[in-house]
Design a protein around this ligand. Structure first.
Ligand code: FES
Length: 216
């Protein structure tokens, strides 16, 4: 069937199968491959795009349902030639410039780190970043929640040959964390570990978090 979408401001018309999902239309037809498929349970949010300004999971929408509407998504493949050339606006990642990154993602309610999959970070891969993140999540849980298994988590990650601790600038990290979407006024809502396999949402005052980051 014929589908007619506006993607990042450019009209794209294509004949597709009736059952084609919007996420596959964006990836395979529009070549905007930062729209990822991260699960088969519609739960991860890796496929999130804006549809007429509303945040939706594009794996839950048929391309046909989006026909006649406007979609905004992230960047194209960095490793292939985009069939639409520069016609389709791609919103770059700007991981080094958090304010610009936030502007690119404004309005997107669900953001998961799978966007990193397409990002060629010069220092580490997505998997390594997740391993380091898990290490510090365990350490913060120990500080804030009395989590007692941080060492076990770190040992387990190391056993797979992944990195755990990394040197970082505490001030810069806190400056970025302050802008996190989990922030609500002077608090930030984190999922902290109570034990391995069990987490709980906890509100942490920013002033407290700053001290915890300093202590990492
Ligand atoms: S791919 Fe996981 S929610 Fe869409």
């Amino acid at each position: 069937m014929k589908v007619d979408l506006t993607v990042n401001g450019t009209n794209i018309t294509a004949d597709v199968e009736d059952r084609m999902l919007l996420v596959h239309f964006l990836r395979d037809v529009a070549d905007l491959t930062a729209t990822n498929v991260g699960c088969d349970t519609t739960s991860c949010g890796a496929c999130t795009v804006l549809l007429d300004g509303e945040s939706v999971k594009s794996c839950t929408v048929l391309a046909a349902q989006a026909s006649g509407h406007e979609v905004i998504t992230l960047t194209n493949s960095m490793h292939r030639v985009n069939p639409f050339g520069a016609k389709v606006t791609a919103f770059p990642f700007h991981f080094d410039e958090p304010n610009k990154l936030r502007d690119s993602l404004r309005g997107v309610d669900t953001l998961v780190n799978t966007y990193w999959v397409r990002f060629d970070h010069p220092l580490f891969t997505h998997g390594q970043a997740v391993a380091i993140g898990m290490t510090y999540a365990a350490e913060l849980s120990a500080q804030l929640n009395g989590f007692k298994q941080a060492e076990r988590v770190v040992n387990l990650i190391s056993r797979y040959g992944l990195p755990t601790y990394a040197s970082f600038d505490q001030k810069k990290v806190f400056a970025v964390l302050k802008m996190d979407k989990k922030r609500e006024r002077k608090d930030i809502h984190y999922i902290l570990l109570e034990k391995i396999g069990k987490g709980a949402v906890q509100s942490v005052p920013l002033a407290q978090l700053e001290k915890n980051i300093q202590a990492l």
